[in-house]
Design a protein around this ligand. Structure first.
Ligand code: DC
Length: 229
């Protein structure tokens, strides 16, 4: 049997990375890891514990990280995985306003990034792995067999995220969503440690006008052309 492949999907917030990754994982029967959920779960732990990460030393942050276990469990109702923080299902809470506002600042910290990257590199790849995030193709799996870099028109990203939050019952204005995406884009691309950037060998997908089936078909075609499936 061929060695299981790894697909790295990076890109800005709310470009549809996770949606594409989930669809691909379901179609190919690959495992999927949403690394944004890991940073969100860590952020939730810090917020709940009222810990100001800006005032903590590296060793203090590492000691906090030692108390955090992040796991994923398949939810058959949603056909996707939920995120667990120390055994508690936090899937809903990590998508809320508080975490969304704080997470990209917290994820700039070197101690947090190196712990997360280490955990991500240890994920077992039994029958194919898809990981989405900001630094998967550049840092976590620089040798991934396929790297995708997703972009989309900012106005479309804002509207998409707004619709998603409304659907899940969250009270938020379009302006707040726009502001949040703008500041996260800035933080994600300007941090010192593993900033978001397109890997030299990544294939860029502009997701502005593709529906979910079109995105899926596009990537399946790329995989077939490369002889990866
Ligand atoms: O993908 P997301 O929007 O759920 O990610 C939440 C935040 O986590 C995002 O603002 C940046 C950070 N993140 C990161 O720094 N590196 C990753 N590999 C994934 C996410």
């Amino acid at each position: 049997m061929n060695k299981p492949i790894t697909i790295a999907i990076d890109g800005y917030s709310s470009c549809g990375k996770s949606t594409l990754a989930k669809a691909l994982a379901n179609r190919l029967n690959f495992a999927f890891v949403d690394t944004g959920a890991m940073y969100r779960a860590v952020c939730l732990y810090f917020l709940r514990s009222k810990l100001d990460w800006k005032k903590l030393s590296t060793s203090e942050i590492e000691a906090v990280l030692d108390k955090i276990a992040i796991t994923f469990e398949y939810n058959s109702l949603k056909n996707s995985s939920d995120t667990f923080l120390n055994g508690e299902n936090v899937e809903e809470e990590i998508r809320g306003k508080e975490v969304s506002q704080a997470v990209s600042e917290l994820s700039q910290l070197k101690a947090i990034r190196s712990r997360m990257v280490g955990l991500q590199q240890k994920v077992e790849n039994r029958s194919g792995l898809i990981m989405d995030g900001r630094d998967i193709g550049t840092k976590v799996f620089p040798n991934a067999e396929l790297k995708l870099f997703m972009t989309a028109d900012p106005a479309i990203r804002v509207q998409g995220r707004f619709n998603e939050l409304k659907r899940s019952g969250k009270q938020v204005s379009l302006e707040e969503v726009a502001e949040n995406l703008k500041s996260r884009d800035y933080n994600d691309t300007h941090r010192e440690e593993n900033p978001l950037r397109k890997a030299a060998d990544a294939i860029e997908i502009d997701n502005s006008y593709l529906n979910q089936e079109e995105q899926l078909q596009l990537v399946l075609r790329i995989l077939t052309e490369k002889g990866l499936i």
